[in-house]
Each structure stands twice: as C-alpha cells, then as structure tokens.
Ligand binder design. Structure first.
Ligand SMILES: [Zn+2]
Length: 339
C-alpha cells in the first residue's frame, strides 16, 4: 500500500507499506477522497506539534474491498465514511463505559496515522456506510458536521435564540446552517464579504461584516439584547476578545475548531458579564447523526465545496497551502482524489 508520510516539518515522502486485515472485525478500504484542511497543513508545518513520522489525513471516504469474517455492517463495495476520531478506551470515562465522553479521543493524522494513503485497514466500528444520496464530496464534511452538532448540544439554547457565529469559514458556515435547522437564529460575522456572501447563498440570512458598525447592527437584529450564545471558530482571523463584546450578560461563549492556535483573551469583560466559556473540539460521537443530517440535506454544500486536486499534486498542495497559511492565517480546503 502506498502512504504519504511526514518525516519532519515540511518533509513529505511517499512509501510502500504492507498492511492486511489482522482481526475478524476489520475491513480493508480503498481510500477514494481525502479532505485536506487546517490540521493537515498545520501538521505539515510542525505548528500543531504532531509527533513525526506521521501519515496525515483526518477526513476521508472510501470503498470496502475486503472484510474480516466478523464484519456485519459493511460488505465488499460498501461506500464508507472513515471516522478518524474515536474513544481511547483507557481514560476514566472510557473505563466507566462512557466512550462518547472520552477524555482523550484518538485522532487520525494527529495521534495515529491518518488516511493519506491508497488503502487503509480499519475496525468496522470506525466505518460508516454511506447512503447513495450522500455523495463522496459531501460525506467528507461529516466530521465537521459532527463537530457542529456537538457545539449545538453544548450551546443548548431554546428555539429562536440569537447565536453569534464568529468566522464564516467552513465550520462557521455549516454551524450557522445547522443552527437554522435546529430553529435557532444564527448571526454570522466575518471580515470577508466573500465568505459572508457564500454563507448567504447557503441560506444564512443574518450575515454581518466585522467592522465599526458591528455592535449597532447586532443590536438591531437582537432588539438590543445582543447574542445570547456565541461561537468563535478557530483560525477565523478575528480577535478572540470579540465574543465577550457581543455576547449578552450571562450568555454562553464556545471556542470551537478541530484545533486551536495559541490565544490570549482579556477575561475581565467576560467575568463582569458573568459569561460562561467553554471549548468544543471534536464531537466524534455524533458521526451517525451527522450522516443522517447529510441525508436530510440539512446543509447546502454547493456554494461551499472545496476545490479538487489529484493525488499526484499532494506534495505541491502541502507546500503551497503552508505558504498561504503563514501569510494569511486562513487556508482553503482541498478535496484530494486518491484514484
Ligand atoms: Zn477515553
């Protein structure tokens, strides 16, 4: 099997590695598409502190080519989403049997080798069969949809609540659409008019530019109450202090993303307003729910889908995206066709 492996920061190599089914509950999957997002590019630059050598790749879809005799949920030719994040099986919560509350989930591409490869052998429990109505490109976003569902669970706001979403990147856009699906009222904020326009095309009706009129515009939408909940998406380029400005007294602020850069905030305002602050990073336990949401077309991905590239371009893609990340702090996502 062919793998792409990071040996050290900015050193990506290709190599052959034998891999075959070693337990009856495993299946072999031909990887068809991989989503390259922030975690992959940050791993490449060394910024995220992954231990080398490491095969990157957190989100992928594929087709089952072989199954162990104990597999019941997938069979040969099943299209599957590869769930790259799962319970460690060792922490206090896992030992209690509460795997969905695992304290240190294992993440593919970070804690273990990821999916940037032609074939992968995986436990059947980590494979989610895809219904025909969910295309490969959209299925790649199941991990982000899971994260957004986890954020919405943590927000736990009643219908009609105004939720400010800071950052109109993929996470902010998908989260806003899902908030609408769950009957909350998202107000999406960004500096980039282009990103806000994409979100508007996806059906997000309150979009606000992060400029000098932001507070006044937000006040108008919320009838002066400001946002009762606020989600700050990592790597959005806006100040992490912004949530404390725009959130109502005793509101809830969630910092969310697959990972975070180093951040400094001025806490006084949050304390004065008795705001509760928490984080949301994975939501891996929501995978089945996420695929169900994709079946129900709860999210419009058409204006949002990443550009495609071929496996032959992988080294070039990492190098050019790393440059963009260093310069602009935001990086476009790419769908890599592995066949
Ligand atoms: Zn655990």
């Amino acid at each position: 099997m062919k793998i792409w492996k990071l040996l050290s920061p900015k050193t990506l190599t290709e190599e052959e590695r034998p891999d075959s089914i070693s337990a009856p509950t495993q299946a072999k999957v031909k990887v068809t598409k991989v989503l390259l997002a922030y975690p992959e590019i940050r791993a490449y630059t060394g910024a995220s502190g992954v231990r080398f050598p490491r095969v990157p790749g957190m989100f992928a879809v594929g087709v089952v080519t072989e199954t162990g005799e104990g597999c019941v949920a997938v069979e040969k030719n099943s299209r599957v989403y590869l769930n790259g994040t799962y319970a460690c099986g060792e922490c206090a919560e896992c030992r209690k049997g509460n795997e969905s509350g695992c304290l240190s989930p294992v993440i593919s591409g970070v804690d273990r080798d990821g999916f940037l490869r032609d074939f992968v052998v995986a436990e059947e429990a980590h494979l989610f069969p895809l219904p025909p109505s969910v295309g490969d490109d959209i299925a790649l976003y199941a991990g982000l949809v899971s994260l957004c569902e986890d954020i919405i669970d943590k927000l736990d706001v009643p219908k009609g609540t105004h939720v400010a979403v800071v950052g109109a990147g993929e996470t902010g856009n998908i989260l806003s659409q899902l908030l609408i699906y769950h009957q909350a009222v998202p107000i999406l904020i960004d500096e980039s008019e282009d990103k806000l326009a994409v979100a508007a095309k996806c059906g997000v009706y309150y979009t606000l530019k992060a400029d000098e009129d932001l507070m006044e515009n937000l006040s108008q939408i919320t009838g002066g109450r400001m946002a009762e909940g606020c989600v700050f998406t990592s790597f959005c380029g806006l100040s992490p202090d912004l949530p404390f400005e725009i959130t109502a007294k005793r509101g809830k602020v969630i910092y969310a993303g697959m990972e975070f850069p180093e951040m400094t905030v001025h806490l006084k305002k949050a304390l004065d307003k008795e705001i509760s602050v928490t984080g949301a990073t994975r939501g891996y336990a929501q995978c089945a729910a996420a695929i169900n949401l994709l079946v129900n077309k709860a999210v419009d991905f058409k204006p949002l889908l990443a550009a495609e590239a071929n496996a032959a371009d992988i080294p070039k893609l990492f190098a050019s995206n790393a440059e963009i990340l260093e310069k602009e702090k935001r990086v476009p996502l790419t769908i890599v066709n592995m066949i």
